[in-house]
Design a protein around this ligand. Sequence first.
Ligand SMILES: Nc1nc2c(ncn2[C@@H]2O[C@H](COP(=O)(O)OP(=O)(O)OP(=O)(O)O)[C@@H](O)[C@H]2O)c(=O)[nH]1
Ligand SMILES: [Zn+2]
Length: 339
Amino acid sequence: MFDERAELRRIGWTSEDEQHWSWNAPPARVVINHGSVCEVLDPAAGDEPRTVSVAGTLDRTPVAGDWVLVDDGRIREVAHRRTALSRPGAAGHAPQVMGANIDTVLLVVPLEGGLNTGMVERLSVMGWDSGAQPVLVLSKSDTTDDGGAARAAEAEQLSPGVPVVPISTRTGDGLEQLRAHLGTGTTTVMLGPSGAGKTSLLNELEGTHEPVAALGRVGGRHTTTTRRLHRLAAGGVLLDIPGIRSLELSASQEAVEDVFADVARFAAECRYGDCRHSGDGGCAVEEAVADGRLPAARLSGWRKLQGEIDYRRRRNDPAAMAEVRQQWKAVSKQARRNR
Ligand SMILES: Nc1nc2c(ncn2[C@@H]2O[C@H](COP(=O)(O)OP(=O)(O)OP(=O)(O)O)[C@@H](O)[C@H]2O)c(=O)[nH]1
Ligand SMILES: [Zn+2]
């Protein structure tokens, strides 16, 4: 028998999504938006995505991860979004939502050649801003001689509140621990630089119950062009959103303050409330660096991200920025409370 709710859960439907669903027909899930048409997964119609058009009357554009009402081959409604992953808009434009209803953001940072602390800080800030739970995945732990333990401890200092999991697809190290974050009813995306090992990790997490043909092998090479929503062996799903993998998500002031809580603590003692900690008189942050209470790298990491935020603030419509931040505030507060 076709159990609708169980099938929906298999593509990431949660009880919160259900609460917000106000239409008298089951939802479908957008896996990719091509512009005037979207591919959606509709469990009642089988395992393969089907192409539907987008009604002109929608008040928001459907994106990957959205739950939508499809009628007569057309998307008629887009449901409330629990979380939204966005990137900064072009000059004068509002931020662009890339994915919706994402629970977990895997920030994949490779360990070979040492820990890139700037990357850890940047990705942590981006992760918080999405409203989802960020998890820092330190990949290729087999390239260190302690399974990544020392680097993991270092990373925990850099990104308070973000779980840190060293993994290796070569040895299988850390995969069980990671699967604990990817259970039934969770939707995950991966961010990280090219070559970090994301595709290798996805293959491990996907398990073997997927028919190989459906993975879209072109010329023997795994491609993600046909499959966008991967069912993971742990029960959850992973959305592969084009352009999101190494995406520059927007960093908000609040998220920077979360990740750089140590800098913020000293900054409270600066003479000027808007101190930039670079040559301003009476700067407590620079004093703390000078006498060794704050590592210099923390201040330079802060300057880099803060500089980008200041730049965007000047460039962008401030009202648009404020609006998204408002939208995320509630969810990220909730995420923080949950921890
Ligand atoms: N030593 C080691 N190498 C790995 C591991 N996982 C992946 N690699 C290697 O790292 C390289 C990049 O891996 P991919 O999985 O293609 O990386 P990716 O992040 O998907 O890269 P893009 O597709 O460019 O985004 C390949 O040569 C892999 O064999 C690991 O756990 N340990
Ligand atoms: Zn200062």
